[in-house]
Design a protein around this ligand. Structure first.
Ligand SMILES: NC(=O)C1=CN([C@@H]2O[C@H](COP(=O)(O)OP(=O)(O)OC[C@H]3O[C@@H](n4cnc5c(N)ncnc54)[C@H](OP(=O)(O)O)[C@@H]3O)[C@@H](O)[C@H]2O)[C@@H](O)CC1
Ligand SMILES: Nc1ncnc2c1ncn2[C@@H]1O[C@H](COP(=O)(O)OP(=O)(O)O)[C@@H](O)[C@H]1O
Ligand SMILES: [K+]
Length: 499
């Protein structure tokens, strides 16, 4: 699914008005109807306090007020006055509302007019939407803080007021919504961790914007959805043999972190590679053979960490290196040798990335089309700090293009940057996965997909989606608190079945 900017959404509204055709006011009515239906169905209250700005977001608020009133609800409207007059559709809805004398409408022109609210009401925030063009200050900012001081649930229309759609809002006054009813498509602002306190649960209101616009308009960012994954997925052929699905090698583990090797190797096995081998420190040999008997093992000459390759890396279909390997000098040399030699697809994670970040000259050795899977700290070690999440996403995108690599920046909505400039946000996965070992599982899964012949771009998007889906199924069965990384592996099978 394409992720559009505030400007593109404005163009989409205009395209719909022209080509459906539908009047702007009718489109607003459609939006208000969708919100009202959701509100009536999902809230038990009888009383609603609706805060409106004077743009089209405020126009939505006025139309919702009328529709809730028609549904026999008690409605009070507060309008934040501004120096400029209202938008045309705001004014039209204001005139309609004006004739319904049963709906009280109050103006807020100064701090003295900030209202007290009945404790059993639900607040609807229709102050500002995608038209926000500067940080809120003055009375608007004070009103936002005033609304945030109440304990009642807040339902934001389209955007929590004060939140920018596609740029950082760090430190700004923003409505803290319990639910956001957003129109047609998710917004970039809802995908980044720094905004997590503001939008609550996001619900998409389908207002039937014209499909012609989204089909022909390119977008830089996308949300991975099941239809994309189904288009990538290759079913196994009936007469296939193990040679058709590649031979994956996992290079992982050191004393005290053999678990990372076990998790990666088992995840790799469970994701469909024909053969899986693990290169582990010598002492880990019996452990990996017990924990993953289906895998072959290459024990290193050294007991406690990894020091040398007694094989040709290009004899494997793909290699995943990093989970739990530590940063011993000989391990660093091994990584260098691998980076210089390998021609086959590669995944680098965890300590492989930390070694690269800490060792001068290594970053530029990363081969083209390598997939790296840093969490935000590993990302900062590699590429430096950024002021906010939006800059981090841009930096990931530009580094991916510059270095011709795929970057999976892990988080709640893992962002995958492709070298052609496209970016994919993942929406599967949950906070139950915020535990040691979850990332090791991902490395194994992506390495497995690469071995089977999926391209690096496909493997990253598909692997991250499947990993999150397996995590969601694990959470459903075991609960977010109790699930552990091994449970993600146990649910990979069911995740495949759900594709
Ligand atoms: N037909 C359609 O197009 C549909 C549109 N829809 C709805 O329209 C919304 C977008 O409406 P919009 O473009 O009118 O912008 P909106 O969010 O109301 O804000 C603009 C107003 O705010 C003001 N303003 C901005 N920043 C400010 C600040 N920091 N501090 C103070 N003022 C500030 C700005 O004033 P100005 O910059 O001129 O001073 C202007 O008056 C969208 O989110 C959705 O809800 C739906 O009904 C579906 C159909
Ligand atoms: N709150 C969350 N929501 C969704 N996914 C999460 C969440 N927290 C962590 N994850 C996922 O779990 C994995 C954690 O990886 P990482 O931090 O490398 O863990 P480790 O190194 O301990 O294995 C990532 O794939 C990340 O996307
Ligand atoms: K709003």
């Amino acid at each position: 699914m394409k992720l559009f900017s505030a400007e593109q959404i404005r163009q989409w509204d205009a395209f719909t008005i022209k080509n459906e055709p539908v009047s702007s006011l009718e489109l607003m009515e459609r939006a208000a109807n969708a919100c009202t239906r959701w509100i009536v169905k999902n809230t038990l209250a009888d009383s609603y306090c609706i805060f409106c700005g004077k743009g089209n977001n405020g126009g939505d608020g006025l139309a919702i007020a009328r529709l809730l009133y028609n549904a026999n609800k008690t409605v009070t409207v507060f309008i934040l006055e501004s120096a400029t007059g209202g938008s045309d559709d705001f004014n039209s809805n204001f005139n309609i509302l004006h004739h319904l004398s049963a709906i009280p409408v109050y103006s807020i022109r100064s701090e003295k007019e900030l209202p007290q609210l009945p404790p059993d009401c639900i607040i609807i925030d229709a102050l500002f939407g995608t038209g926000l063009n500067r940080r809120l200050t003055g009375l608007a900012a004070t009103l936002v803080e005033h609304i945030n001081s109440f304990r009642m649930p807040v339902i934001a229309i389209d955007m929590p007021s004060g939140l920018f759609c596609d740029q950082s809002s760090l430190g700004n006054p923003i409505i803290k919504a319990s639910h956001t009813l957003t129109f047609q498509v998710p917004k970039l602002a809802f995908l980044v961790a720094e905004n997590a306190d503001f939008f609550g649960q996001v619900h998409i209101m389908d207002i039937n914007l014209h499909p012609g616009f989204s089909e022909k308009t390119p977008a830089k960012f996308h949300i991975t959805d099941s239809s994309l994954i189904r288009s990538i997925y290759q079913p196994r052929k009936t007469f296939a043999h193990k040679g058709n699905f590649g031979h994956a090698l996992i290079i992982a583990g050191s004393t005290g972190k053999t678990g990372a090797a076990v998790l990666s190797t088992r995840a790799c096995l469970k994701t469909g590679a024909g053969l899986v081998s693990a290169h582990i420190p010598r002492q880990s040999l019996p452990i990996i053979q017990m924990a993953a008997p289906e895998a072959m093992a290459f024990p290193d000459a050294e007991d406690h960490y990894i020091t040398r390759m007694d094989y040709e890396p290009d004899d494997f279909s793909s290699i995943g290196m990093g989970p739990g390997i530590g940063k011993e000098l000989k391990t660093r040399f091994l990584l260098r040798e691998l980076l210089e030699k390998i021609k086959k697809p590669l995944v680098l994670d965890a300590d492989a990335l930390n070694i690269i970040a800490a060792t001068k000259g290594y970053l530029k050795l990363i081969p083209s089309k390598t997939i790296i899977t840093p969490h935000p700290k590993e990302f900062s070690r590699l590429f430096g700090d950024t002021a906010n999440d939006f800059e981090k996403i841009e930096l990931a995108s530009s580094k991916s293009m510059e270095m011709n690599i795929i970057i999976a920046l892990k988080g709640h909505n893992t962002f995958i940057a492709h070298p052609n400039g496209a970016g994919y946000f993942n929406h599967t996965g949950n906070a139950g996965m915020a535990k040691g070992g979850s990332g090791d599982v991902l490395t194994g899964m992506i390495t497995s997909l690469l071995a089977q012949g999926y391209t690096p771009e496909q493997s990253a998007v598909y692997g991250v989606y499947l990993h999150g889906l397996a995590g969601d199924l694990a959470a459903r069965d075991r609960g977010m608190e109790s699930m552990i990384a091994s449970d993600i592996i146990e649910h990979i099978g069911n995740a495949f079945k759900q594709l």
